[in-house]
Design a binder for this molecule. Structure first.
Ligand code: SF4
Length: 253
């Protein structure tokens, strides 16, 4: 399973973002997420628990990122994106908003052409301070993998209460200025390969109107071994109605 032991890692090649310098705001020796997706590259939550999770504070992130950016600029390495991803859900770090400010500031100083991107499962966007921090980055990348609460509980396995209606309502505050990430895979009766689920998911997309849709499928080892990936041509077919309506859709196999 893919886990990161440093606060700043890479740059690594990202299918979606190019040369990507990762930022891990979660424990260096485990996983922390309020989802437990059946396809998570970090593995099951139960296998990533740490006795005392230690999360980096904003000063730690600032220090680690500045040192790395100095090194990279000395060696002429290109960075297309500074990307919050790592061992779980970045917005669970209590200093997330402050960290975003510091990262944006360092980006402006050292690599002004690079984007700042955040992969989030969107469960915390009901919190106005997190939402506002996400609105400041170039690419807030928010997840919807299903068309109903039942589907979310099957594929993302939230650890607490979850309401897709509420997530959709809060996504509307972004006024379309975000990227929607959706995983296409086969796992059972609520997956998006079923026509009825797909139609409902498209209805949700039309409500939140993201400026871009990242549609992708499994790329690495998954904790649940009974999943099967969709092909690029299948995803193209599933998303074709939205493309015809003018949505910008990026597909990664
Ligand atoms: S939201 Fe992301 S980090 Fe959390 S379980 Fe799902 S894939 Fe893993």
């Amino acid at each position: 399973m893919l886990r990161f032991s440093d606060i700043v890692f890479g740059p690594i090649h990202s299918r979606r973002l190019g040369s990507s310098l990762g930022i891990n705001l979660l424990p260096p020796d485990g996983k922390l997420c309020n989802f437990d997706c059946i396809y998570c590259e970090c593995g099951w939550n139960r296998d990533g628990r740490t006795l005392k999770p230690v999360l980096p504070g904003s000063d730690d992130v600032h220090q680690a990122l500045e040192a790395k950016l100095k090194d990279l600029s000395a060696s002429g390495v290109r960075v297309d994106s500074i990307t919050f991803s790592g061992n779980g859900e970045p917005t669970l770090n209590p200093e997330f908003a402050e960290i975003v400010e510091k990262v944006l500031n360092l980006r402006n100083i050292y690599i002004p052409l690079a984007k700042v991107s955040v992969f989030t499962n969107a469960t915390t966007i009901s919190d106005a301070s997190i939402r506002e921090a996400l609105k400041k980055v170039d690419n807030p990348i928010l997840k919807i993998d299903a068309c109903s609460d039942k589907g979310v509980f099957a594929v993302n396995r939230p650890s607490g209460a979850y309401s897709l209606d509420e997530v959709v309502r809060n996504m509307k505050y972004f006024e379309g200025n975000f990227v929607l990430q959706t995983m296409f895979l086969r796992y059972g009766e609520t997956d998006l390969t079923h026509r009825e689920c797909l139609e409902k998911w498209m209805e949700l997309v039309r409500q939140v109107r993201p400026r871009e849709i990242m549609a992708y499928t499994i790329d690495r080892e998954t904790p649940d071994k009974n999943l099967s990936k969709c092909t690029i041509s299948e995803i193209e077919e599933y998303t074709e109605p939205l493309r015809k309506e003018g949505f910008n859709i990026q597909i990664r196999g």
